[in-house]
Design a protein around this ligand. Structure first.
Ligand code: HEM
Length: 393
């Protein structure tokens, strides 16, 4: 039996959130499991262990919530993200319907058109903010319309989504300050995300139709609306602006991609691997569980550090290097197993549409200024100003 190494690192300070990677390296090097004394949880930071835990819902349960504090774990009880089979399977079948490939295919022409239009305008400006002006557009227009919350809900989606992630931290200032917005979103979902207010053609309304058919209990529907609001915006927004940031700081990689646009899907995976928009979720261990001779006690909370696993040198050689020729399709930015992201197809379509629209127009990005987002779960750039040098070919 091995003793589990301990660490007093706090992963939630401003400094840690601005640059988590040195801390992640330290945790990976300490062992396959580390006890984080500052947060009273265990952490998995290596690729193999994170992947295995994410794929094993019986040992690593989501039903007691996947966040770091009891208040949000109980506020969001009933969402798909915080459930185990068989409830999870039932909800997921309904939730995933509009996100199936055949439904997404119908959306591609519109998303590509929107992306080309927006990119053409911004490139014409000469400089722009890759987060606020470029990356927000598709998730905020197309996706929020698809969810179909009506004007009142749509106007708040972005701030609610951001707060939902912030409120997932340990009980620090950021977490506490996010609770009023989270409460607002839950109250909205319970009060107004209902047939009559919802766009009858939207994804949220589809949940109620499924409930009428008997596919799920109707009281579950408002919570499942949250499953659509919370994870579909900032994640994709930060993924798109991280891509621009990485290409601005690695112009040779942009040149490689421009020379061979067939690398685009791999480039998207490489961006998600290096700058995973969701850095971590947690699980609760259902019974004593052994990892490489270390026993995790039943009932303990374990952090799955997706962002750290994706930079594990045991899995990816030279892991901090951005290389669009790498083909890291097995990265963990979308999780793994039962809870693996059902929106990954849509996220990829949005990312690829924006980059594909930029490829013929931009010869090089020049980074003017960037500020990291400080959020208890999310990783990305709150702002990322770039100047674009038009393509000459
Ligand atoms: C780049 C963008 C995205 C990233 C990085 C991302 C990441 C993730 C991750 C890591 C999980 C796993 C949760 C866990 O392990 O407990 C997840 C779940 C989920 N995501 Fe995404 N996501 C993205 C975009 C989206 C979009 C666009 C949607 C919806 C339209 C979406 C909806 C969901 C839902 C509903 C779940 C919960 C699934 C379940 O518990 O079965 N995500 N996402």
């Amino acid at each position: 039996m091995q003793t589990i190494p301990t660490s007093d690192l706090d992963l939630f300070t401003d400094r840690a959130l601005s640059d988590p990677y040195p801390l992640h390296r330290e945790l990976r090097d300490l062992g396959p499991v580390v006890e984080l004394t500052a947060h009273g949880v265990y952490a998995l930071a290596r690729y193999r262990q994170v992947r295995e835990a994410a794929a094993d819902w019986r040992a690593f349960s989501s039903a007691q919530g996947v966040m770091m504090n009891d208040r949000i774990n109980s506020a969001l009880q009933g969402i798909t993200l915080c459930s185990d089979p068989p409830e999870h399977t039932r909800m997921r079948q309904v939730l995933g319907r509009p996100l199936r490939p055949e439904r997404l295919r119908e959306l591609v022409p519109r998303i590509e058109r929107e992306a080309r239009h927006l990119v053409g305008r911004l490139v014409g400006q000469g400089s722009f903010d890759a987060t606020t002006e470029l990356a927000r557009h598709l998730p905020l227009t197309v996706v929020s319309e698809l969810v179909g919350l009506g004007d009142a809900g749509r106007a708040h989606m972005l701030e609610w989504a951001n707060a939902t992630f912030d409120a997932q931290g340990p009980m620090n200032r950021r977490t506490v300050e996010a609770f009023p917005k989270l409460d607002e979103m839950v109250a909205f979902a319970l009060r107004e995300a209902r047939p009559g207010t919802l766009d009858p053609a939207g994804w949220a309304a589809e949940l109620y139709t499924a409930a009428e058919r008997g596919d799920l209990p109707v009281e579950q529907c408002p919570f499942m609306v949250i499953d659509y609001i919370a994870p579909s915006l900032d994640t994709t927004i930060y993924a798109i602006s991280s891509a621009v940031h990485l290409f601005a700081t690695h112009p040779e990689q942009w040149a490689v991609l421009r020379a061979d646009p067939s690398l685009l899907p791999h480039a998207v995976n490489e961006v998600l691997r290096l700058e995973s928009p969701i850095q971590r979720f947690t699980r609760v261990v259902t019974e004593d569980h052994e990892i490489e001779g270390c026993t995790l006690p039943a009932g303990s909370r374990v952090m799955l550090l997706y962002g750290a696993a994706n930079r594990d040198g045991r899995k990816y050689p030279d892991p901090d290097r951005f290389d669009v020729r790498r083909r890291p399709s097995d990265h963990l930015a979308f999780g793994r197993g039962e809870h693996a992201c059902p929106g990954l197809g849509l996220a990829r379509i949005e990312m690829q549409a924006v980059l594909a629209a930029l490829l013929p127009l931009v010869g090089r990005f020049e980074l003017l200024a960037a500020a990291p987002v400080l959020n208890n779960v999310l990783r990305g750039w709150a702002s990322c100003r770039v100047r674009v040098h038009p393509a000459k070919d």
